[in-house]
Design a protein around this ligand. Structure first.
Ligand SMILES: Nc1ncnc2c1ncn2[C@@H]1O[C@H](COP(=O)(O)OP(=O)(O)OP(=O)(O)O)[C@@H](O)[C@H]1O
Ligand SMILES: [Mg+2]
Length: 376
């Protein structure tokens, strides 16, 4: 075990199994699907725990068999095929078991169109790869990466996180290009993960799309409340402190168990060093989180028209709106005619300021929702 963290409630990235709550069934499912040669889509709203689950399952795969290769590629910041090729190649290089200089030479040899470079973090001294690809050489590079994996003689598991991004690339036929290669890689299995469920469902469930029926699907929701409580209260207990169950439940229920929001409040509460946590500590924690982010929320609100802002606030004040175009809701918040509200709604949904599920519409960012609720 690594040194214990000062605060066990991790709020960014994946640390280790010690700080990762449950997800046993989901991990087992992912590992089993991949081990059995299936590809998998992983879908959930943002900040529910997809990326953590991928790292957790990949760690398990590696623990079971050290010879496997696990490659995690974050596609969120990518805007075109060249970006994908760069992120993918760096992720592959980072998994190569050799000194940075050797990796650099190897990458230049294997991926002939790639111009890799090495730098060192000025503070930590950690090596950092970067790559460049000449215009028009991105497809060739991706093909070379696939063929490197194919010929590695190892089981490879690749996660393309936020895979829906590829549907927005300016190049045509990206999906067809990727699918045509992926289907011939017997030893490489993929996780395609993302938060835009409609886009990912369309990509994998529409017969018109290249990835149609090419993957099993897994969607994740909140962590079970009871298991989460045991996980959370144990850390307090170990520190000689107490997190009463009703206090934990109040936090969990406030955010419908949405992982990152619960973690964030627990992180604050742990940081207070109070021996016995109570409801007033929770309120202080939330107030602090909202005030830390106030400038950010204000800037978001400023980016929208008056009507759009009004709609966002109205949804926040209701917590959840089932019938958003109903006369009652529009009248209660002095919103414009249904047609213009429809336009605002579309924009806010497209920008992921609002999230829609089977129960209705909510403000996507739950802390921002609470901040909006407090406005006039
Ligand atoms: N099982 C877990 N136990 C404890 N904390 C978790 C767990 N899963 C996720 N988290 C916490 O929640 C945060 C959000 O999780 P993660 O980044 O995996 O979500 P995501 O669904 O990939 O979100 P996004 O859509 O924003 O990429 C993580 O930084 C981590 O701190
Ligand atoms: Mg993620």
């Amino acid at each position: 075990m690594k040194d214990a963290l000062t605060n066990p409630f991790v709020v960014s990235g994946y640390e280790s199994p010690d700080y990762f709550c449950d997800r046993e069934a989901e991990t087992e499912r992912m590992v089993t699907e991949l081990m059995n040669g299936n590809n998998l889509t992983l879908i959930s709203p943002r900040r529910m725990g997809k990326t953590g689950l991928i790292h957790h399952a990949f760690r398990r795969l590696k623990l079971d068999d050290q010879s496997v290769l696990t490659i995690y590629v974050d596609l969120l910041p990518t805007n075109c095929l060249a970006d994908l090729a760069k992120s993918f190649s760096i992720a592959v290089m980072e998994q190569m078991d050799a000194s940075p200089m050797t990796i650099l030479k190897k990458a230049a040899r294997l991926f002939s169109r790639l111009r890799p470079a090495l730098s060192f973090d000025p503070v930590s001294g950690a090596p950092k790869f970067s790559v460049d690809i000449a215009h028009g050489e991105e497809q060739m590079t991706i093909e070379q990466i696939f063929s490197y994996l194919k010929n590695s003689g190892r089981q490879c598991f690749v996660a393309f996180d936020e895979f829906q991004q590829v549907a927005y690339y300016p190049e045509t036929n990206v999906e067809a290009f990727l699918r045509s290669h992926i289907q011939f890689l017997g030893n490489v299995h993929f996780v395609f993960s993302g938060s835009q469920s409609h886009m990912l469902s369309e990509m994998f469930h529409s017969p018109k799309r290249p990835f149609y029926s090419s993957a099993s699907s897994l969607s994740i929701g909140p962590i079970d409340r009871g298991k989460y409580y045991v996980f959370a209260s144990d850390f307090f207990k170990k520190a000689g402190r107490d997190l009463p169950e009703e206090v934990f439940n109040s936090v969990y229920d406030r955010y419908d168990g949405h992982t990152w929001y619960v973690q964030k409040v627990l992180n604050k509460l742990y940081g207070y060093r109070t021996k016995e946590i109570d409801g007033s500590n929770v309120l202080i924690a939330i107030r602090e989180i909202l005030s830390d982010n106030e400038y950010y929320y204000q800037s978001i609100l400023r980016a929208y028209s008056k009507g759009q802002g009004k709609l966002l606030k109205a949804i926040a004040k209701e917590d959840r709106v089932k019938e958003i175009l109903s006369g009652g809701f529009l009248a209660k918040y002095g919103l414009n005619a249904a047609s213009s509200v429809r336009g605002s709604l579309k924009r806010l949904l497209d920008d992921e300021q609002i999230y829609r599920d089977a129960e209705g519409y909510i403000v996507y960012d739950r802390f921002m929702s609470e901040w909006l609720k407090g406005l006039n």
